[in-house]
Design a binder for this molecule. Sequence first.
Ligand code: SF4
Length: 672
Amino acid sequence: MNTFRQRILESINNENLQTALDNNTERRLKGRALAFESIPDWRERRQRAHAVRADVIDHLDEYLAQFIAKSEENGVIVHRAKDAAEAIQEVLNITRSATQNAEGGMQNAEYENRKIRIAKSKSMVSEEIELNHALEAQGIEVIETDLGEYIVQLRHERPSHLITPAAHLRKEQVAELFHEKLGIPYTTDIPTLTATARKILREVFLTADIGLSGVNFGVAETGGICLVTNEGNGRMVTTLPPVHIALMGMERIVPSLDDLALMLSLLPRSATGQKLTVYTQLLHKPFPNQQRYIILLDNGRTRLRNSPLKESLYCIRCGACLNACPVFRELSGHAYIGSDLSIAPYPGPIGSVISPGLLGENYVQLAQASSLCGACKEVCPVDIDLPKLLTRVRAGMATVDSGQWTVDNGGAGLSPATKFGLQIFARVATRPWLFALSQKFASLGTFLLAPFSRWVRLPAFTGWGLSKDFPRFAGKTFRDGYQNKSADGELLNRPAYKLSKPRFTTAHSNTLPLFDIQFSTELTALGGHVHSTQNPTLSVIQLLKSRGVDKIHLEPNTLDEILLRAAGIDFTHEPDPQITVGVTNAICGLADTGSVLIVDGAGDPLKASLLPEIHIAILKSSNILPSLPAAMRFVKNTSAAVFITGPSRTADIEMTLTIGVHGPKEIYVFLT
Ligand code: SF4
C-alpha cells in the first residue's frame, strides 16, 4: 500500500529528486539571506507586515466590502464563490458568455464546436480547486504559461513547490520531456529549452480567448490587484486576451498601497532572493476592449478564520518556509499526500496547516512531517508561528467544527498516550532551561549512537536507520547552527551564512548623482543597460542602427519623431508582435532596485514594454526615487501600471538563471 510513510521513503531514496532539491533549496536560502542584507530593518518590517495581515484578517469583511466596491467602480466584475464548485461554475459561466459576446457574436452551435483556449499564469488557488481538470472535462483547452507550470502540466503532475513548480526535476528530465512532447532534438541546454517554450507559448498568448491568473494582493483602497512575475507570462495573460479572469483567495487583501509596498519589500526577497520581482503589475481598470472578472474564493477560509489556525491566513505564499524546512528539503511537495493518496495542493510547513485547514481531515497527517525545529518561523516574512499551528493540527484542531474551537480543546481525536506525551512536551517546551537541558540529552544520545549508525535500526519508532544512516553528532543544536549569536550571546535571529558585501561599482560613479549611481548599479547587475544622454532620440537611433532595426513600437511624445523619420526609422503607436523594439517613457525609476515605472496610456506603452525583444525606456534622472514607497503615488490613479526590474528571466529549470523568457530579453534605460 502506498502510504504517506512509504511515499516519504521513496522520496528520500530518489537520487534524481535529492539532487534537484539540493540545487533548489540551497540557492534559494542563500539568495534570500543576501537580499535581506539590503534592508537592515527587516525585523521591524516583518513585525509591521504581521500587524497588517492580522488587521486584515480581523476586519476581513470590511476590507472585502471596500475592495469590491472600488473594483466595481473601476469597471471590474466581481464574483464571490463559497467553494470550489461555485468558483469553477463562475469560470465556466464567464467563459461561455464572454466567448458568445466576443466581437461578431459567437452562436451557441459555434461555441459547442470550437475549443475555447485559456492561457493561464500561475495560480495556487486554481490548484486548490483543481480548476484545470474541471475545465478540460468541459472541452476547454487550458495551457499553463509559467515555464515551471508548463513543464509539470506536460508531465501531468502537480507543482511540487509554491514558487518553483518543477523544483523536483533535473534538466535531463526536462530535455527528455521536450524531446518527447514537443518534438525538438534532445538537448540539456537550458536556454534552448527555455527558448522552445517561449516560441510555443507566444502563439498561445496571441490566440487565447481568455487569460486566467492568480492574484498576489488585492488593495482595498484602490480596488486594484497586484501580480508579481519574473517571466512576463503574467503580464501577457492579463493584457492580451479580450477577457481576463483573476482568481483570488479572499484573504489576499492589503488595506493600502503603502501596505502593499511594505509587503513587496518582503515577498520577492523571501521567495526568490530578489529585491523586486521583474514585473510588479498593478491592474485597476480593464484595458480598452477587455472585460475583467475577479473571483473571490472562500473555500474554507471563513471557517479557518474562526479557528485556532487563523494565523495561517496571514500567509503571502512566498515559499520560504518550504526551503527552510529540513523535512521538505528531503521530500519535495509530491510526498505530501492525503490519506486518499492525493497530493496536497499546498505542501511544506504552511501547506501542512492550510491543506487540512481548508480541505479537511484527509490532509491532517501532513502535520507529522515536521521536526518543529522552528526554521519555518524564522524565515517567514510575516512572522507566522508555524510550529504552534502545526502542533494544533496534530492536536486535532484542523477539523473540529466552527464554534467548537477553543485553543485548549484538549486535543480532540488524540489517544491518551499522545495527549500525555504532548503534556510532557508542553511542560518542557515552555520552560527554556528545561528545553535546553532536554536538547543536551538528545545531543548526548546522538553522540553515543552515531558510531553505531550502520547497525542501529530504529524503524519501528522513527524510520532512522532504515532508509538513512543515523545522523552524525552535530556538536550543537539545529537552532544554534542555524542562527547567529553575537559575542555576548544575544540571538541575532538570522541564518549563519557567510555573506559577501553588496556590489557597488559603476562606470558613472564620477559623474552621476547618488540615486542615478545606485539605479545604474542595480539595473546593470540585473543585466540591464543604463546610458546617460543629452539627446535620447539620437542615442536611440544610434542603438537601433547598431542592431539593424528600422521599425519600432513607440509611445507618443517620447522621442523626436521628425528626427526618427529623417534617420529612416519607421514607427507605429500600435502593438505589433513582429516588431522587435519598443520605446516608452518611464514615469520614474527606483534607485534601490533599478526598476522603471511604466503606466498605461496612449500608444499602449505596456505592450511596447512587453511584446518586443528589446525594451528601451527614457527616464529623467530627476525622476529617480529612492525606493518603491515613494513611487506609489504615481500608481494610484492609473488604469494599469508595471514596475519593470531588469529583463525577463526564469530559474525554473535546475535553478539556472535564464534571461529572456516571455518578456523582453534586453532592457535599455536612457537617462536624460
Ligand atoms: S507561511 Fe510564511 S514563509 Fe511560509 S509561504 Fe507563507 S508567508 Fe512564506
